[in-house]
Ligand binder design. Structure first.
Ligand SMILES: [Zn+2]
Length: 280
């Protein structure tokens, strides 16, 4: 017992130290580069939320399609006349073309989520380009359309990821930081519902998974989220449609690629998330 308490305190101290040093480091960097950062050019920006007063949000589903839950999610979306964006994995597109066809014919949007859901740390820019390219072609063979959005696995951003996406003319779409449901981790249906309904803002991009070990909770949660959003007056639209509601180009969640503090901030947030999620 004593040993567990000791370990707990040790982990907490380590996390706090990381947070303190990381935040100071980041603040110093931002201060040093003040005036050089631009958040105004959306053509190269990571899309995380759209600035709008319209009550519209984009539901996004990653890692599918999968035979078990994707059809149930599609049924729910059509029941509530909601449109979504599916960030699909290339090899699954090849294995389950009927689900891709249904996503497309139901009026949803398809985004590229790599071919193998790669381990980005081990891949060169060339390999990333191949991953993206193979997925684009797989989707094109089924639907006759090529996606315009790319979401890297885990939302991870690096110079290589950026270069690969730009080479393939894809815009990177992540999600609103207060709309990360963590549904894959089985947080409980009510927690997923609350995360979305209590934090929702116009222009949010909400993250779900239609293929993960927690997706049965996602399906249950959607049964409350979809009518809940309707009750609040929200419409669920594709990412492409969401962008048409953007009221100005100073999107507060967007960070321009090529500015080191933008990349640092995003990656810092990813590390903080992992740190507090893991057992260290
Ligand atoms: Zn993923």
């Amino acid at each position: 017992m004593k040993k567990e308490i000791g370990e707990g305190i040790f982990k907490l101290v380590l996390r706090c130290l990381f947070l303190a040093f990381g935040t100071l480091h980041l603040a110093a960097w931002c201060a040093a580069s003040a005036g050089t950062t631009t958040f105004h050019d959306n053509s190269e920006a990571i899309i995380g939320r759209v600035s709008t007063d319209e009550k519209v949000v984009a539901l996004t589903f990653d890692d599918g399609p999968g035979t078990k839950y994707t059809p149930r999610i599609l049924d729910l979306l059509s029941q509530y006349q909601a449109k979504a964006t599916f960030f699909v994995v290339g090899w699954r597109v090849e294995n389950y073309p009927d689900l891709i066809l249904r996503e497309d014919s139901d009026g949803h949007e398809l985004g590229n989520h790599t071919f193998t859901h790669f381990n980005y740390r081990k891949m060169s820019t060339e390999q990333l380009i191949e991953e993206i390219n193979k997925t684009q072609e797989a989707i094109f063979r089924v639907t006759g359309k090529r996606p315009i959005f790319f979401r890297p696995p885990g939302g991870y951003l690096s110079t290589s990821v950026k270069a690969a996406a730009m080479k393939e003319h894809l815009r990177i779409v992540n999600w609103s930081w207060d709309q990360e449901t963590r549904d894959w981790s089985k947080p409980g249906v009510q927690n997923i519902v609350n995360k979305v309904l209590k934090n929702v803002h116009p222009g949010d991009i909400i993250l779900f998974h239609d293929q993960s070990r927690g997706t049965f909770q996602t399906v249950q949660a959607l049964k409350e989220i979809l009518p809940g959003l309707m009750e609040k007056g929200y419409r669920c639209v594709t990412v492409s449609e969401l962008l048409t509601y953007e009221k100005n180009r100073q999107n507060r969640s967007d960070m321009k690629w090529g500015t080191i503090d933008g990349e640092r901030t995003m990656n810092y947030l990813v590390v903080v998330r992992l740190l507090f999620r893991s057992n260290l």
